[in-house]
Design a protein. Sequence first.
Length: 437
Amino acid sequence: MITFEDLKNRKAPVAVVGLGYVGLPLAVALSRHFDVIGFDISQGRIRELEKGVDRTNEVLPADLKAANVRYTHAPEDLAQARVILVAVPTPIDAHRSPDLRPVRGASVTVGKNLQPGTVVVYESTVYPGLTEEICVPLLEEHSGLTCGKDFKVGYSPERINPGDRQHTLETIMKVVSGQDKTTTDLLADLYSSVVKAGVFRAASIKTAEAAKVIENTQRDLNIALMNELAMIFDRMGIDTLEVLEAAGTKWNFLPFRPGLVGGHCIGVDPYYLTFKAQSLGLHPKVILAGRETNDSVGKFIVETAIKWLIKTDHKIKGARVGVLGLTFKENVPDLRNTKVVDVVNEFEDYGAQVLVHDAMADPNEARHEYDITLSDLDELRDLDCLVLCVSHEAYAKLPLAEIKSWFSDQQNPLIIDVKGFFDPREMEAEGFLYWRL
């Protein structure tokens, strides 16, 4: 098998398969210490990276320019590598079951080009057992090699938080696991070269897979509690964020807030765990209850807005509704599994005309993924309601007087603030009808 010394002495390259939000930062960081091949099936993505353009904004332009990565969309180039890190998406399908096509496809591609002595490491979020039960057989089938004898596998879950400049690859402890001690030691040395926070050796590949999936399941359940509280307090006429501010004065109160729960992790990972549990004859009640609550938030937001519109004598069918923000979180262009779409679809079900603006999203991607045509800010006029769904920094620069001018009814300009972005006192002083989750 390949050794860390061989990698350090650049006798063989490290390959990263999948150059998205996870893979690109990893490839760039590793290129400071090793020969690195960056592979992606998208020729367009490869062309952009060769020109020094990263549409995800995860890697700073100067770092991308300085990186010594050999970008390629030719699968046969993977045959040169002796460590292959797979960082492809693991989404869910329309039935909320794991969509394993990307990780299966990557395993087939790697298998067809796998050479003896190579270590294959998965970073994609999976359910416990998937690496050894699904990926290894595919690697063996398409390589003709035997795992454990001719090649080794490992798992090191990604912990990238898109748009976060504080918690990065280098500053978040990395969990590593291999099928044996030698492989685990190699991965610990490899990742320690770029992760300043250090590494944690998991007891097994399944342990590492399980650790990853429960990290986000825990967050999902805590946010679900906040969303349920928000629905309760709304019925009681109590401001949820004021309640959380008061409760947060206790030292051990956890600082979670209500909101739309989308993205490639929190809104997805729990379904990988529940899928596996159900295949074993178990029905995870708590996890699925949390998922049901979080998946209902878009409907709750729209129903609340409709009630406010009715109270102020606005028409519902044909109402013009502006939506600020489409990405799954603030200050990133990432549209994966955004729950703002739930808000848009729910309004349209009532017959409203929805105008969506996003300061970060790619208009072509929005149209391709969700059939949504993004509007310019100057198109947000004659509105009956404005919904702030994503707190991009760009929206903080908008004067409240300008926002008020967007409404058809200057006496009852209704703002639904999903993120608690605006100051309620300032909104009241400016004459807005204001509601926040």
